[in-house]
Design a protein around this ligand. Structure first.
Ligand code: HEC
Length: 140
């Protein structure tokens, strides 16, 4: 017998651990990833955010080159007010409501925090670089 009893036991422990790691990794979903601030912009996030924004937001707010179809909805372009607010505040408003807002629905339960982050990341593609940097520094 090549495998001693001790060797077999070690092998079992190693294989068992690998299996556990595999199962845990398979269970990991986007919901387990905690949203961090400020939002780290990446092409991947922007590409995820584009359809989220176009499906959930553009009907009121318009898009990069289209004005808001709803007069009461502020535009998110550089000439609007959105960039005057920090990422965490913007995401919080979309999830739980804009202070004194009356029209925009709350998105908690419809979109995850990460999906709202992605939509905000897409909004940032409407802004030139200097505005992106000013927003990041909290300048108005
Ligand atoms: C039904 C129309 C409607 C939809 C859909 C909608 N909004 Fe709004 N949004 C508004 C209105 C109107 C306001 C102004 C506050 C109010 O009266 O509710 C607003 C305010 C905001 C603000 C704060 C104001 C500012 O300066 O930018 C942000 C940010 C925002 N919306 C982002 C979004 C995002 C992101 C989505 C999609 C996930 C979205 N909105 C979907 C109508 C809408």
């Amino acid at each position: 017998m090549i495998f001693t009893k001790k060797y077999r036991r070690t092998l079992l422990v190693v294989l068992g651990s690998l299996l556990m790691i595999g199962v845990l990794a398979a269970c990991q979903t986007d919901e387990d990833v905690v949203a961090e601030y400020p939002i780290v912009l990446s092409t991947k996030l922007i590409n995820e955010g584009r359809p989220i924004y176009q499906t959930n937001c553009a009907s009121c707010h318009g898009d990069a080159n289209t004005p808001p179809p709803m007069a009461a909805a502020p535009r998110h372009t550089a000439d609007g007010h959105t960039w005057h607010h920090r990422d965490e505040q913007l995401v919080g408003w979309v999830l739980d409501g804009v202070p004194n807002g009356q029209i925009m629905p709350k998105f908690r339960g419809t979109l995850s925090e990460l999906e709202v982050q992605a939509a905000i990341a897409y909004i940032k593609t409407f802004w030139p670089n200097d505005i992106i940097q000013m927003q990041a520094r909290g300048e108005h």
